[in-house]
Design a protein around this ligand. Sequence first.
Ligand SMILES: Nc1nc2c(ncn2[C@@H]2O[C@H](COP(=O)(O)OP(=O)(O)OP(=O)(O)O)[C@@H](O)[C@H]2O)c(=O)[nH]1
Ligand SMILES: [Mg+2]
Length: 299
Amino acid sequence: MTQTSRCGFVAIVGAPNAGKSTLLNRLTGARLSIVTPKAQTTRFRVLGILMRGDSQVLLVDTPGIFRPRRRLDRAMVAAAWTGAHDADLTLLLVDSRAGATEEVRGIAERLAGSKRPAWLVLNKTDLVDPPKLLPLAATLTALAPFERSFMLSASTGDGVNDLAAALAEAVPEGPHLYPDDDLTDLPDRLLAAETVREQIFLQTHEEVPYATTVETENWQERKDGSVRIEATIYVLRPAHKAILIGEHGARIKQIGARAREALTQLLERKVHLFLNVKQRAGWDEETARLRAIGLNDTR
Ligand SMILES: Nc1nc2c(ncn2[C@@H]2O[C@H](COP(=O)(O)OP(=O)(O)OP(=O)(O)O)[C@@H](O)[C@H]2O)c(=O)[nH]1
Ligand SMILES: [Mg+2]
């Protein structure tokens, strides 16, 4: 029996913190998109490639959809909707414990208006009583004509295989758009910057993570096979800089150490990481800073 080559884009959209990046990582089996307990972690589209039989499923993790205030936020939300618009299929991922919040209802209604194929995925089933799931699915399916619905836990992996199999069958027939052993199209420089940002989200609090962006400034391959990476962390205010550096540089040292560990695993080689903290008022409204992380569409 010959298999049919299939390939298509599947966007994962939802409210902040629904578990979109966790699901992308689980489906691809790699830590491609950063995950933290804080909302608004993901800032741009992250492609993850799932190979299954002769199907290539191009998963697109997107920033959470919320009511944007500053230019950075607007660009993030625009990137999420562009992801959905450009996809063959959109998954609305919902945190089952949070339920049908106003945010989720708004996204479902907008998806319904787009008239494009969408599936409902209830996530975090490990956190709720199973009898609550069906009514939640019914509530959301009343708002948008989801073709199918799934219930899973991206954290434990429960139910994820069923979704993967269904996606592999659902993507359209056609040639593969990426080499079959690729995992993502994210450049290593961006991956490095994201790894540092993940540690900032994990190790600082309140407004500090949201006042921060990271850019890889320098990347040097060394003869011994290791890589030397210099990254700049931009913050909005002097107080943020003081917090990031910490007493006697303790915080920045810890951020660097953990990010280096993660990068060593991701890149599978020795990493020398140097971090620089710079204060730059208004970076979150600046075209160049947004472009540096691939955000240039404010559709
Ligand atoms: N218990 C449980 N926690 C989960 C599950 N999926 C994700 N999480 C947790 O939820 C939090 C948010 O996960 P993310 O994957 O970063 O969520 P996201 O939707 O990508 O968030 P943004 O990028 O901010 O929009 C993290 O602490 C995850 O560990 C799940 O199935 N069960
Ligand atoms: Mg995310």
